[in-house]
Design a binder for this molecule. Structure first.
Ligand SMILES: [Zn+2]
Length: 110
């Protein structure tokens, strides 16, 4: 069975290529949303700003998640409460990153 490619939530079109896929998370929504790169840049990015966070499926975000995990481990030794807080933040980020990979990005490699 062939997997269907993700659909853009702005224009409704199929996202045909991985480098055209932008996956973003919304506050209180456990399911990340997909956009075309151009639809995201033109219509969504300026409305969201930086407070709600950038796209999930970027190299920068993957590096940030690794940093969160490292900071969590360091804080677990220095300050247990801070370590747990960082670990919770990291686990949310890890969840979204894995969701994006298994639900959307993986389809471009099959
Ligand atoms: Zn679109």
């Amino acid at each position: 069975m062939k997997d269907f490619k993700p659909v853009c939530h702005h224009c409704g079109g199929e996202i045909k290529y991985l480098n055209d896929l932008v996956v973003v998370s919304e506050l209180l929504n456990p399911k990340p949303i997909t956009y075309h790169d151009r639809c995201y840049v033109k219509n969504i990015k300026k409305l969201r700003g930086d407070l709600l966070g950038g796209p999930i499926n970027t190299f920068k975000n993957t590096v940030l998640i690794i940093l969160y995990i490292l900071i969590s481990i360091i804080f677990l030794f220095l300050n247990y409460v801070m370590g747990i807080i960082f670990l919770l933040v990291a686990s949310v980020q890890i969840y979204f990153r894995l969701y994006s990979w298994f639900k959307y990005e993986k389809k471009y490699f099959s």
